[in-house]
Design a protein around this ligand. Structure first.
Ligand SMILES: NC(=O)c1ccc[n+]([C@@H]2O[C@H](COP(=O)([O-])OP(=O)(O)OC[C@H]3O[C@@H](n4cnc5c(N)ncnc54)[C@H](OP(=O)(O)O)[C@@H]3O)[C@@H](O)[C@H]2O)c1
Length: 287
């Protein structure tokens, strides 16, 4: 299977590259210089040139707070470019696997969200990703959109690395405790994308995928400090006490049964994975 991968330098992208061989995939991964999603047509041209069997889009504008002041750029990369990629994939007969986010939801409920739950993003990033979903599904009937959440890995910028960094200078932190979601290993997202890509005639549409069990940011932080053997006093605070430019949804626990039913993909158990990631970061002095 020849897979065209956007975002190879990001968290999910790097894990996709790492897992490709084992999944029987040959990856073609243009860097930003070869296919800049901010340039209309650039990504589509690259797809037409290589005519892959599948396209995985792990590239995105992921700076949630910064998106509030850069809405045009966020919509360009998270929506318009996604529509272009989906259309080009359709032209060459490629399956399109695209990643979206739990931030498409308003987070007002209290039961796990299925793929048909009403959306209602609270911030620009979520709105741009929701628009990207719609454009992808409209442009390519063989699109699979995987909404995921709270992605972490040993690469890039993420909550695990931020907490480990803070633990070097702090022994007390205030962490939000009323946002509930699912920490998700980037490696598990990558594996899910490759598995879905390999099923050329598999079902298309929206899917949910996040780590289990559900947790708050404070729970997540506690697990990270425990794995690192760091003593940290965590003051559990409400979202209202932690002001950010972009509003965040409170409850985005996702019901991931559909991906299991259609593709046999199980939710990853994040606690053990976080322990391994923390050990790796400490051993390589990258924390
Ligand atoms: N991180 C999370 O917590 C989270 C949660 C829910 C959903 N998601 C979704 O999951 C997917 C993967 O997230 P991630 O955490 O792996 O992202 P990430 O680490 O931030 O990586 C994003 C990638 O997108 C690339 N990119 C950004 N702008 C680009 C442009 N104009 N042209 C070409 N490439 C561009 C970046 O390239 P450079 O390396 O050159 O900057 C980078 O490789 C995204 O769709 C994201 O929306 C993430």
């Amino acid at each position: 299977m020849r897979v065209f991968l956007f975002g190879a330098n990001g968290q999910v992208g790097r894990e996709t590259l790492a897992a490709a061989h084992g999944a029987g995939a040959r990856i073609i991964a243009p860097g930003r210089a070869d296919a800049d999603l901010s340039v209309p047509g650039a990504a589509a041209d690259a797809i037409r040139l290589f005519a892959p069997d599948a396209v995985i889009n792990a590239a995105a504008w992921t700076a949630v707070d910064k998106a509030e002041e850069h809405a045009n750029e966020a919509f360009r990369i998270n929506a318009e470019a996604v529509g272009e990629i989906a259309a080009a994939a359709s032209e060459v007969g490629a399956r399109f696997i695209h990643l979206s986010t739990d931030y498409v939801f308003p987070g007002t409920g209290s039961t796990p969200l299925s793929e048909t739950a009403p959306t209602g993003p609270l911030n620009v990033y979520g709105a741009s990703k929701l628009k990207g979903e719609a454009l992808a599904l409209a442009a390519n009937a063989n699109s699979v959109i995987i909404r995921t959440s709270w992605v972490y890995s040993v690469h890039g910028v993420n909550f695990v690395k931020t907490m480990l960094g803070l633990s070097k200078t702090r022994d007390e932190l205030a962490i939000v405790d009323d946002q509930r979601g699912g920490p998700t290993p980037a490696s598990a997202v990558a594996a899910a994308c490759l598995q879905v890509a390999a099923r050329r005639d598999g079902p298309s549409g929206l899917y949910h995928f996040q780590g289990a069990p559900d947790a708050s940011w404070a729970d997540f932080a506690e697990a990270i400090f425990a794995a690192a053997g760091k003593r940290m006093k965590i003051n559990r605070i409400p979202t209202s006490a932690y002001k950010t430019p972009a509003r965040r949804p409170l409850f985005t626990v996702l019901n991931c049964a559909k991906l299991l039913r259609d593709y046999g993909v199980h939710q990853p158990e994040w606690r053990g994975d976080v322990e391994r990631a923390v050990r790796r970061l400490i051993a390589s002095h990258e924390e």
